[in-house]
Design a protein around this ligand. Structure first.
Ligand SMILES: [Ca+2]
Length: 169
């Protein structure tokens, strides 16, 4: 009887409380509500394409942003107000996948150096062609999310940037 009671309690937790807990703590991709800009615009590859909601990694499909071959190219998302950022997903382009290597994710409220001086969440070592990798930012605060490649000339291409964060009121 006790075992049945215990099992029942356990199942109640699994089927009732667990989904409730998940729905309360679920983080939304807030990137789609933001505004994107970038150092320069490669013809037709607008900054917005990195937050259009599609992870499509083939450049020809028109869902990847790209800069020209800039020195220190950057892409920036403005969330409109400060958020607590938990994790960021970045989808790499299928073609020329090594262009993303060494890119830094920076988060903060400053626009100094176009936001590229904000605290660093992560350095992207590499992302497989067309794949999506997750970077943990552990609740860093910021209105601006930058992806910047420092110290070399490069085309910065992002096929999707998802930002899972909570608004700070
Ligand atoms: Ca996209």
């Amino acid at each position: 009887m006790f075992i049945i009671f215990l099992t029942g309690t356990f199942l109640t937790f699994i089927f009732v409380f667990q989904p409730l807990l998940c729905s309360l703590t679920k983080k939304e991709n807030v990137a789609v509500y933001g505004k994107a800009s970038q150092s320069t615009v490669y013809p037709g590859a607008f900054a917005y394409y990195a937050i259009d909601g599609y992870r499509e990694g083939r450049f020809s499909q028109g869902s990847c942003s790209a800069t020209n071959n800039d020195f220190n190219p950057w892409w920036r998302l403005d969330l409109g107000r400060t958020h607590k950022v938990f994790n960021i997903n970045i989808t790499n382009r299928v073609e020329y996948p090594t262009r993303i290597d060494g890119a830094e994710i920076r988060i903060g409220d400053s626009l100094d150096n176009n936001g590229n001086n904000n605290p660093r969440c992560a350095v992207i070592s590499t992302i497989a062609p067309g794949f999506t990798d997750t970077f943990q930012c552990n609740g860093m605060d910021g209105r601006y999310i930058n992806v910047v490649i420092s110290g070399r000339n490069e085309f910065l291409t992002l096929c999707e940037v998802e930002v899972y964060a909570s608004r700070l009121d």
